[in-house]
Design a binder for this molecule. Structure first.
Ligand code: HEC
Length: 173
């Protein structure tokens, strides 16, 4: 048999084996990580509908709690283009607080860790800044409270959406 045929067969076999392994093992791997107490608590207050593994169709703001609706708005408005929910193992921890453990994100889809931080980490913003009025002003007009901020003002959000968004931030203890 010509060598190229053997090579082609091996390549095709490798590809199909990888795909099969991913389908079988990959889909169960995350679910093997037990949810932490924090993950269970978050599931309770954010709700199971909308952007979660329990409702992968992302039905959006049909979540029960204001914090759950706020989380959907956080995703929809692309806050994670600038903010992370993942303090890094550097001096970060001193200011932004402890990093999450794998089970903290159990059941979440998408995870909101973020990948490219241009702004402060928000994993513990609910503990760091509890001044509600500050958040309201800041979200409508960031430069009113932080003069050089590059954060856009979220003027298009309705009052209800803003309440929900801030409830979500408050839940990030
Ligand atoms: C273009 C980048 C960008 C986007 C998008 C953005 N932010 Fe920001 N945000 C910043 C920057 C920069 C700061 C730090 C300066 C300041 O306080 O405004 C900040 C600060 C904050 C703070 C205060 C953090 C602290 O440690 O005091 C909060 C809360 C916040 N943003 C929430 C949000 C939310 C919620 C959204 C989405 C609705 C969002 N941001 C979208 C850039 C952004």
């Amino acid at each position: 048999m010509p060598k190229y045929v053997i090579g082609t067969v091996l390549v095709v076999l490798t590809i199909f084996t990888s795909i099969a392994l991913t389908v079988v093992a990959g889909s169960t791997f995350m679910s093997q990580i037990p949810p932490t107490e924090l993950a269970k608590h978050n599931m309770e207050i954010w709700g199971h509908s909308g952007w979660s593994i329990h409702d992968p169709w992302m039905k959006g703001d049909n979540r029960a709690s204001p914090a759950g609706k706020g989380k959907t708005i956080f995703i929809r408005e692309g806050c994670t283009w600038c903010h992370t929910l993942l303090p890094e193992q550097t001096q970060d921890w001193k200011y932004f607080g402890a990093p999450p453990v794998a089970g903290d994100a159990q059941g979440e889809s998408p995870s909101l860790f973020g990948s490219d931080r241009k702004a402060p980490d928000l994993l513990h913003i609910g503990s760091r800044n509890k001044v509600k009025a500050w958040h309201y002003v800041h979200h409508r007009d960031p430069r009113a409270v932080t003069p050089d901020s590059i954060m856009p003002g979220f003027l298009h959000l309705t009052d209800d959406e803003m309440d929900a968004l801030i409830a979500y931030l408050e839940s990030l203890k």
